[in-house]
Design a protein around this ligand. Structure first.
Ligand code: UD1
Length: 344
């Protein structure tokens, strides 16, 4: 029997896909989620895909008492994957304290519990946002960290520093920091996917909702950037590819495959794609048109950023290789499933 993994934020978008991959790899999973940006039906979807219903605790990771009860109830937890965090850049500018409180208290509580309950490793969801607007693309793990441009981004930088300080102080556990580029798509079964509350802020959910007719048209934020077609460039990575990297990271720590107590990996495809390029890929993959218009630039957007994923490719033996067309078809199938179920 493999050790139990605690997935915080496990009913969320990336969390739920990771729970599926962990269960497929034979790990028992306990999810803790406060359902602030997800719902409990996600657990049914996970069960339909894997045939296994993960343990679920509805609680907030900032609640230390709830965490203690959880660790007392599930003494077999040996690894944590921490997804529980607020993640909207714009909202973080309006409500910085909410972001610092949620994201940092959650992490500190988990680190506190790890020492007390003999947990061997924690995977932390970090972001390419720590590189800001890079001087050179693609970015490697050695690319300098730039001053954060939002409280959200700052919580990712501070979290990385907290983990590093705690580990360097001699804490008896390991950590892997995963810096995600832009996760998109959905599980190919269309049983789980991204379901943002309200009007989506991110490109792909807005795009699929527009294709469905829920939104009138997609605004392309800027066509005057210094890029081949003028729109911003990102590294869009399939969410299932991304989820699989977490299983490898957990295994690496729990099986002591590396001497290092703390490691950092960029998780991306290595391919930069523009906003207009992504719209094209969606249209050609699905045959569905996306009404769109050019709109002014969005404040705070980065012009271009994509990953050099060689470190993860070599060291983790992991590669994000799902073609973007397939990812777009999965995103569309998920949107269609939401319609079928009368959810969106
Ligand atoms: C940002 C952060 C990322 C964070 C994510 C969470 C960076 C580089 N990335 O991603 O760390 O996890 O927010 O929300 O800081 N776009 C449109 N129209 C839309 C929506 C988006 O044109 O309606 C464009 C944006 O201008 C951008 C691209 O699509 O160029 C991707 O945007 P989005 O999906 O919001 O992600 P990021 O801003 O890259």
């Amino acid at each position: 029997m493999k050790p139990t993994i605690l997935v915080t934020g496990g009913t969320g978008y990336i969390g739920s896909h990771t729970v599926v991959e962990l269960q497929n790899a034979g790990y028992p999973v306990v999810i803790i989620d406060n359902l602030s940006n997800s719902n409990r039906e996600v657990i049914d979807g996970i069960e339909r895909i894997t045939g296994i219903r993960p343990e679920f605790v509805e609680a907030d990771c900032t609640d230390l008492t709830a965490l203690k009860i959880l660790f007392d109830t599930y003494p077999g937890i040996k690894g944590i994957i921490n997804f529980a965090a607020s993640k909207a850049v714009g909202e973080s500018m309006q409500k910085p304290l909410l972001y610092y409180r949620n994201n940092l208290n959650t992490l500190m509580n988990l680190l506190d519990m790890m020492g007390k309950y003999d947990v061997k490793g924690i995977v932390f969801s970090s972001s390419c946002t720590v590189y800001g607007e890079p001087d050179v693309n693609p970015v490697t793990e050695e690319t300098p960290i730039k001053k954060a441009t939002s409280p959200y981004g700052n919580t990712k930088q501070i979290s990385e520093e907290i983990i590093t300080d705690v580990i360097n102080s001699g804490a008896p556990f390991k950590s892997i920091l995963l810096r995600y580029f832009n996760p998109v798509g959905a599980h190919p079964s269309a049983e789980i996917g991204e379901l943002p509350n309200g009007v989506p802020q991110n490109l792909v959910p807005f795009l699929t909702q527009t294709a469905m007719g829920i939104r009138k048209e997609l605004s392309v934020f800027g066509n005057d950037y210094n890029t081949p077609d003028g729109s911003c460039i990102r590294d869009y990575i399939d969410v299932v590819d991304l989820a699989k990297a977490h299983v490898i990271a957990i295994e690496r720590m729990l099986d002591d495959k590396s001497e290092a107590k703390i490691e950092i990996f960029n998780l991306g495809t290595g391919n930069g794609m523009s906003v207009l390029g992504l719209i094209n890929a969606f249209e050609s993959a699905t045959g569905v048109k996306v009404p769109h218009k050019i709109a002014p630039r969005r404040a705070g957007d980065i012009e271009k950023v994509w990953a050099n994923p060689e470190h993860a490719n070599k060291v983790l033996g992991w590669v994000a290789d799902t073609p973007i067309e397939e990812t777009m078809r999965n995103a569309w199938a998920w949107q269609c499933k939401l319609r079928e179920r009368d959810i969106m």
